[in-house]
Design a protein around this ligand. Structure first.
Ligand code: SAT
Ligand code: MN
Length: 617
């Protein structure tokens, strides 16, 4: 009980307080203004129906009954199959088209009127051309299908920081996933009605014919709209997620002075009952979900971990200059393979009920199966074939679970807090075999922005393409920033002038390997030891070694009690190779230069500072 109360201490206003009383002009503007569907919504629905020619239109209310009806319908038509109802109650399996299993960055576009506003980090198409191309594919696309109108709210339904959208989709799979992942239905529609015309994001989606040749994910940030056709896969089809909450929202956030980031949000409660919240950006499929619901190891049994979110954070400065975070989502769309009772027991438990699985295998008794599940044997693979190891893994490497966040045993009681949680530390990271130490801290905010901008990671199966190649992924936002990275970094830098209470910025790397390819750090629950050092740094309770790249832990300051790790390995994990780092910093310099004149001079100056210090040292 005491611990749970300690967990509540971090929030300043009690849950449910009417934050409209805050001195915030944007909130006043959001007072109820309408009591009927905004004209623009009804009009847009009519226009879409005219273009796509559906057999029926269904306005989603987000109720459990509606969810159950759609599940029944999909069981009947084979879109879903039921999993073992005794061991996996209310769990269903969807097997997608084998050509439609991941995001498609090469078919994803940001369509701003000026090409430079999208930047070299995005594929760009002129809005008129993009509309024409994609509308041609939408013409008649919903013939014989039901068109679902899905109102949703990204963020707690009463939060001034939340934003609404409406997705129109011809996929009932999308509807049930949106129900698990967002606050979807009547309450969201009521908020849209209240906020009025022009304030919500319009997302149009059709699975089309699922042909990769006729697949496009188009974003129109200036119009607050999205058009996605030809894919039913999560990141391409659940438009509230990457399309709205990152690409469109990041664009909006820049104009309005906040941040929409690819970050998990986690609360770490120490044995004294004090909770620090950390926002952490890692590229897709680098363990964000595992970190967000970490289970403390036995050596740290008196610590607690609370999950706010596993993928996206919206960050705002509060009146006192602290950065506060909300999770726009209310569910998880996580990678399944590798999940077991040792790597992520919370996730392993939470997906035993009320979950939708996409592209995993099955056992002979109809339980879901995936590589490294560590129980059961595969009988069928993710394409529904009899399992045969020569066909590859039983579960697709990017197979996913969808569950409501409240399924999670470590679900934070502040997950629905309208004003979010105060962030003590921002953590960037990547998947790097070598170079990047286990953890280091940036010297200050500006240097931290450089650390974020320099993030690189080996690619994973979350996107179609080669796996294991190192590529730059600034702030883990390469696939998700809805505008020019140069402007994005300038926006990040601007926070320095707005507050003197900003979080400290760190970089982590769980993935260092030795020459034999063995991971040096045990990872998973043991990562709490690193988070603990981060928190102690935030509290000013532990010293560090100043180096050219930032502050490194002193040997012995990362607790290794009950850990089977040699001093030499630990030393390798927290030291840097100057020659390698000089190379890395010059590669980062070249990368930054590729943004040309728009690159903020202050960021280049930070990079030069590190180069100078490395050369002197
Ligand atoms: O496919 S999603 O974008 O939803 C998941 C991910 O890649 O992080
Ligand atoms: Mn992600």
């Amino acid at each position: 009980m005491h611990a749970a109360q300690g967990h509540e201490i971090a929030i300043m206003r009690p849950l449910g307080t009417d934050i409209r009383q805050q001195n915030d002009s944007r909130i006043a503007f959001r007072e109820p203004t309408m009591t009927t569907k905004p004209d623009s919504l009804q009009q847009w629905v009519n226009e879409v129906a005219e273009l796509t020619n559906p057999a029926a239109i269904h306005w989603c209310d987000g109720s459990d009954a509606e969810y159950e009806d759609l599940i029944k319908q999909m069981l009947a038509d084979g879109t879903l199959s039921e999993l073992n109802n005794e061991s996996y109650p209310n769990c269903y399996l969807h097997l997608s088209d084998p050509n439609d299993v991941a995001r498609v960055e090469h078919l994803t576009f940001v369509c701003t009127s000026e090409e430079d506003d999208a930047g070299p980090n995005n594929n760009w198409m002129a809005p008129a051309e993009a509309h024409a191309k994609v509308d041609a594919l939408f013409a008649g696309a919903m013939q014989g299908r039901t068109m679902y109108v899905i109102p949703y709210c990204m963020g707690p339904i009463d939060s001034p920081f939340s934003r609404c959208g409406v997705e129109i989709s011809d996929s009932p799979y999308v509807v049930v996933n949106m129900k698990l992942m967002t606050r979807m239905g009547t309450a969201a529609l009521a908020r849209i009605e209240r906020e009025g015309e022009g304030d919500f994001v319009k997302g149009l989606h059709s699975t089309g014919d699922l042909s990769p040749d006729r697949r496009m994910i188009m974003h129109f940030p200036e119009e607050l709209s999205i058009k996605s056709i030809g894919s039913g896969y999560g990141g391409n089809a659940l438009l509230g997620k990457k399309c709205h909450a990152l690409r469109i929202a990041s664009h909006q956030a820049r104009q309005e002075g906040w941040l929409a980031e690819h970050m998990l949000i986690v609360g770490i409660e120490n044995p004294d009952g004090e909770t620090h919240y950390i926002a952490c950006a890692l590229p897709s499929a680098c363990g964000k979900t595992n970190l967000a619901m970490l289970i403390p190891p036995d050596s740290h049994a008196d610590w607690k971990v609370w999950t706010l979110g596993d993928d996206i954070a919206w960050l705002h400065l509060d009146d006192e200059g602290r950065l506060r975070a909300i999770n726009p989502e209310s569910g998880y769309f996580g990678v399944v393979p590798g999940t077991n009772s040792k790597t992520n027991k919370n996730a392993f438990d939470m997906i035993t009920h009320d979950a939708i699985y996409t592209n995993v295998g099955r056992t002979s008794n109809n339980e879901p199966w995936w590589e490294d599940k560590q129980v059961g044997e595969p009988a069928y693979d993710w394409q529904g074939r009899d399992y045969d190891a020569s066909n590859g893994p039983a579960a697709h490497p990017n197979s996913r679970f969808t569950v409501a966040a409240c399924n999670n045993p470590s679900y934070s009681s502040l997950a629905e807090a309208p004003d979010g949680v105060p962030i003590s530390a921002i953590v960037f990271g990547g998947r790097r075999k070598e170079l990047a130490p286990l953890v280091y801290q940036s010297k200050d905010w500006k240097h931290g922005v450089l650390v974020g901008a320099g993030v690189a990671s080996e690619t994973t199966a979350a996107n179609v393409g080669e796996v294991g190649v190192v590529r730059r992924d600034p702030m883990a936002m390469k696939p998700f920033c809805g505008y020019n990275f140069a402007d994005y970094w300038a926006h990040w830098l601007s926070f320095d002038e707005r507050s003197d209470k900003l979080p400290k910025i760190f970089h982590i790397n769980w993935f260092r390997q030795d020459k034999q390819g063995k991971f040096l750090w045990p990872g998973f629950g043991e990562n709490l030891r690193v988070l603990r050092w981060i928190i102690e740094r935030c509290e000013g309770r532990v010293d560090a070694i100043e180096t050219a790249i930032g502050y490194l832990p002193k040997s012995g300051d990362i607790d290794t009690t009950q850990l089977d790790i040699s001093d030499a390995t630990m030393q390798a994990l927290i030291s840097i190779d100057k020659a390698q780092w000089l190379e890395e910093m010059s590669a980062i310099g070249e990368y930054l230069d590729s943004y040309g004149d728009r690159l903020p001079a202050a960021l280049k100056a930070e990079q030069q500072k590190v180069v100078d210090q490395l050369s002197q040292a």
